[in-house]
Design a protein. Structure first.
Lengths: 465, 164
């Protein structure tokens, strides 16, 4: 890939392995199908359409591709949950509702390389037997939706979509469906409800596993943009070869998005597990801002549990066990899980010692309170209570025991909701309380401790400005 | 008062509906987007019109309008601004950006609430609201003005002067 030239100042870092982002910021590149075809575009679709659908799924399984949207679930396994001897239509949905705070990768794929996604989707649809597919794109990407619709029309004209594709008799239509600003639509069953024209209240699993009962209660596969793009490259390289990038059980490349307190925030496509958090911050992002020290990192989108800069993590078992610092964490699914957090969506938010942790968790609590769909009581009420408590903390109107209350509210959401939003909303609070308890308590006012049983303290609280 | 939908818009809407061969109800969001894009917001008449078009009870449309932050039930300004409020942008100064836009465009946000999040400038030229994460966390603070995306916004004068 050394012959590819990138726009000056936007060259990939030496630690990067550009596969999905091969064409992002590439010189003389545009999103048209002509440019894509000149670069070998749609060759993998031609190859895949000569294969048996089952062989494609087998290649994806061999590759060990794990979902890039958040959960890291093996994509091939997801596909194989489609019921055997199914006589209903099968649908495929591309989840382009990119809205996990800290994540900004799908935006660049959609804007700069839309045909890569369409080719990945066409191959995936052929593998799972879907003749109708939707790209559910968040409403806040109006330009992206336009670019995708143009690209779909181009692919149609060239015979990569439509009826009797490449003479195989296989038929496929892809439509772009725009959301309307709700984070919950990134949850796959909420997304399906939304695509059915309803409020996006997530469905309970079981029985509503999309692979069995998804869109219109038919078998449905929902995959993230980046995941579907990888399918194209798995066909190109072969599953076995593809799996040689990355590390065992954490194969392939993935895009890490870094934001917050570093000199050069940005996106970096790396082999999973081959780059440590320290290398990411210091080598790839130019380090922290001058004179600042690392305080905390949210490693996988805002729902991931926060890591404290001075923590150490025990990895491995028994004789192989070792202790590592935050700087030495390899950015892969399994290690971040072992460190008590998650790789999630690849959104890495860096916070330095100028940041108030009360302010940070309050910002996130405002997000989750706003985005809770309201279907399950613990989440609807709890997310708002957490916001109200941290609103008080940052205003200096909370009592020290409010921090315990905050933690208790979070723990009463976690595990008590229909969908994973409950965990997403409560994990930030649980982890910030666990790791920055003293700082949160320092922002409270002990004089307010008895406010609700003591009239004098209550008056004092009311008079605080 | 019945809604007057221009024939070109209705044609666009009818075309969108064909994207959902299994269920017309699936077209609720695209139909509402088209109506909002044309009329600026979703009025009661728009709800009735969309419901009739999709052969649904109006409540099935209204419940969608009231749920999604992307649909407005009152008129915005000529140019509607959405400033990203969430963590990375907030760290990059999005609250300060909101304040300076409001000051420059003469927008009073003191009356905004969860259910009525939009404030309009005195002259009706601009309206503004906070949006949750716009997915460009590496280039904060960011905002959308209508469908235009602006990154690393520091110069509010330069931003607003693009809109006449």
């Amino acid at each position: 890939m050394s012959q590819i030239k990138y726009i000056a100042g936007k060259e990939p870092h030496a630690n990067e392995t550009r596969v999905i982002f091969k064409n992002v910021d590439r010189e003389s590149w545009d999103p048209s199908i002509e440019t894509y075809l000149q670069d070998g575009g749609y060759d993998q679709q031609k190859k895949a359409f000569q294969m048996e659908p089952g062989e494609i799924t087998a290649e994806v399984k061999t590759a060990g591709l794990r979902g890039r949207g958040g959960a890291g679930f093996p994509a091939g396994l997801k596909w194989s949950f489609l019921p055997p001897n199914n006589d209903k239509p099968v649908y495929l949905i591309c989840n382009a509702d990119e809205s996990e705070p800290g994540t900004f990768k799908d935006r660049y794929i959609i804007h700069q390389d839309p045909h890569q996604l369409i080719e990945g989707m066409a191959i995936s649809c052929f593998a799972v037997g879907a003749n109708l597919a939707y790209i559910y794109i968040r409403e806040e990407f109006p330009e992206g939706a336009q670019i995708l619709e143009t690209a779909i029309a181009e692919a149609h004209r060239k015979g990569f979509l439509g009826k009797d594709i490449l003479g195989t008799g296989f038929e496929l239509e892809i439509y772009v469906h725009r959301g309307a600003g709700a984070y919950i639509c990134g949850e796959e069953t909420g997304l399906i409800e939304s695509l059915e024209g309803k409020r996006p209240y997530p469905r309970i699993k079981p029985p509503y596993f999309p692979a069995a009962m998804g869109l219109y209660l038919c078998p449905t596969i929902v995959n993230n943009v980046e995941t579907l793009c990888h399918v194209k490259h798995i066909i190109g390289m072969g599953g076995e070869n593809w799996s040689k990038t990355g590390t065992p059980n954490n194969t392939g490349t993935r895009i890490l998005c870094v934001s917050g307190d570093v000199e050069k925030p940005g996106y970096f496509e790396v082999q999973v597990g081959k780059v440590t958090l320290g290398e990411l911050i210091n080598d790839m992002c130019g380090g922290l801002k001058a004179g600042r020290k690392l305080k905390a990192v949210i490693p996988g989108g805002s729902s991931a549990k926060v890591l404290r800069a001075d923590e150490t993590f025990k990895l491995g078992k028994d004789d192989d066990a070792k202790e590592i610092s935050i700087w030495d964490i390899p950015m892969d699914f399994d290690t971040l899980a072992a460190c008590g957090s998650m790789a999630g969506s690849g959104g890495v938010i860096i916070m330095d010692d100028s940041r108030s942790m009360s302010w940070v968790i309050n910002n996130l609590n405002n997000f989750y309170a706003h985005e809770s769909c309201g279907q399950c009581t613990p989440c609807r009420e709890g997310s708002l209570w957490m916001k109200k408590i941290t609103d008080r903390v940052v205003a200096g109107k909370a009592a020290p025991s409010d921090i315990d209350q905050l933690d208790a509210v979070a723990r009463n959401i976690d595990g008590r909701t229909i969908c994973a939003f409950g965990e997403a909303a409560s994990w930030p609070t649980e982890s910030f309380v666990a790791k920055f308890r003293d700082e949160l308590i320092a922002d409270t006012n002990p004089e307010l401790e008895d406010a609700f049983v003591n009239a004098e303290a209550l008056t004092a609280a009311a008079n605080l400005k | 008062m019945a809604l007057e939908v221009p024939s070109e818009l209705e044609k666009e809407i009818d075309d969108r509906i064909t994207h959902y061969p299994v269920s017309r109800r699936s077209a609720v969001l695209p139909v509402l987007h088209a109506l909002q894009h044309h009329f600026g917001f979703i009025s009661e008449d728009s709800v009735e019109w969309a419901a009739a078009k999709l052969e649904l009870e109006p409540i099935k449309v209204l419940e969608v309008v009231t749920f999604y932050p992307g649909f407005r039930q009152s008129a915005p300004g000529k140019y509607h601004i959405r400033v990203c409020r969430t963590l990375s942008c907030a760290m990059a100064g999005s609250y300060e950006l909101m304040d300076s836009i409001c000051k420059k465009a003469e927008i009073d946000r003191s009356g905004v609430t969860h259910h009525d999040p939009i404030a309009v400038s005195n002259d009706g030229k601009f309206s503004i609201e906070f949006a949750e994460c716009l997915a460009s966390c590496g280039t904060g603070p960011v905002c959308l003005v209508e469908d235009d995306f602006h990154e690393a916004v520091t110069d509010v004068d330069a931003l607003l002067s693009q809109y006449k």
